[in-house]
Design a protein around this ligand. Structure first.
Ligand code: C2E
Ligand code: CA
Ligand code: CA
Ligand code: CA
Length: 279
């Protein structure tokens, strides 16, 4: 038993060393990615159920690594947040997304608005408001074409400060949305206190619609509640006809998911979404 304990210990430290090596590799890689322009933004359409039209897309960052290929955010956002690199990365995504939509406005492109994800770390920096404001000025984008998505857990890290920044951002004329709704524990209180216009039902709930009665009840309740509060509600991660049917019957306002489109490059979407009606 003693021998085994020792082996486990060695295995454990080896695994830890591998993990911290991986993190260091990613951190160094991300710095280079920023300098060498290896980051990309993909866009995923959000479909308005009443019209069947997609006007807004969500911007999702990717890393085109010279050796590893296309790297998805789950592999590097955590490291970016811990190291603070999410601040320049987030600013780059914001600027890229705003330029893209501005260009769609000018060239009769398929979409007219974009939703950009923000991390808690960006709120803890003092100049998030200035960054957003300056990006809008530099790109000439109408603030109403920009939506900012924040998670409940990001809000919770420093509610008072976040509330203050959200109010400033709201005064700029951008739209604010709570992402991954239902996964935090303070949902209801914060919905009332925060100046948000929209709520995004987390994809884990959408995934369970077909096989979990309790989940269906929860999703219906979230939709009813957000409408009661005069907020817009969107469901993400919609993959099946059954989920689509349920969500549209419950009068969810918009849907996003593989059933309509995966996140794609702007060029791909421009080709595929010449006609943006989904009906
Ligand atoms: P999220 O904001 O909740 O984004 C939704 C994720 O679900 C995206 O993963 C999207 O590609 C994926 N998705 C969309 N439709 C479906 C579907 O029908 N089925 C399934 N199974 N998944 C679907 P992605 O692009 O890998 O991003 C993962 C997470 O990384 C995001 O979750 C977000 O938290 C973070 N992230 C992505 N881009 C950014 C960014 O620019 N800034 C920050 N701070 N975080 C980002
Ligand atoms: Ca999001
Ligand atoms: Ca989400
Ligand atoms: Ca998520």
């Amino acid at each position: 038993a003693k021998e085994r304990g020792k082996n486990n210990y060695q295995f454990y430290t080896l695994a830890m060393t591998e993990r911290s090596l991986e993190r260091m590799t990613i951190e160094r890689g991300l710095r280079r990615a920023l300098a060498n322009n290896e980051l990309r933004v993909h866009y995923q359409p959000q479909i308005d159920l009443a019209s069947g039209l997609a006007t807004c897309v969500e911007a999702l960052v990717r890393w085109q690594h010279p050796e590893w290929g296309l790297v998805y955010p789950d592999r590097f956002i955590g490291v970016a947040e811990e190291t603070g690199l999410i601040v320049p990365i987030g600013a780059w995504v914001l600027s890229t997304a705003c330029k893209q939509v501005k260009s769609w406005h000018e060239h009769d492109g398929p979409f007219s608005a974009v939703a950009v994800n923000l991390s808690a770390r960006q709120f803890l920096e003092n100049n998030l408001y200035q960054t957003v404001k300056q990006t809008l000025v530099e790109t000439g984008l109408n603030p109403s074409a920009l939506e900012l998505e924040i998670t409940e857990s990001a809000v919770m890290q420093d509610p008072e400060n976040t509330l203050k920044v959200l109010q400033q951002l709201r005064e700029l004329g951008v739209t604010l949305s709570i992402d991954d709704f239902g996964t935090g524990y303070s949902s209801l209180t914060y919905l009332r206190r925060f100046p948000v216009q929209s709520v995004k039902i987390d994809q884990t709930f959408v995934a369970d619609i077909s096989n979990d009665e309790g989940c269906r009840t929860l999703v219906s309740a979230i939709i009813a509640l957000t409408h009661e509060l005069k907020l817009n509600v969107i469901a993400e991660g919609v993959e099946t006809e059954e989920q689509l049917a349920f969500l549209s019957k419950q009068r969810c306002d918009s849907l996003q998911g593989y059933i309509f489109s995966r996140p794609e490059t702007s060029a791909t979407l421009e080709n595929e979404f010449k006609a943006t009606q989904f009906k």
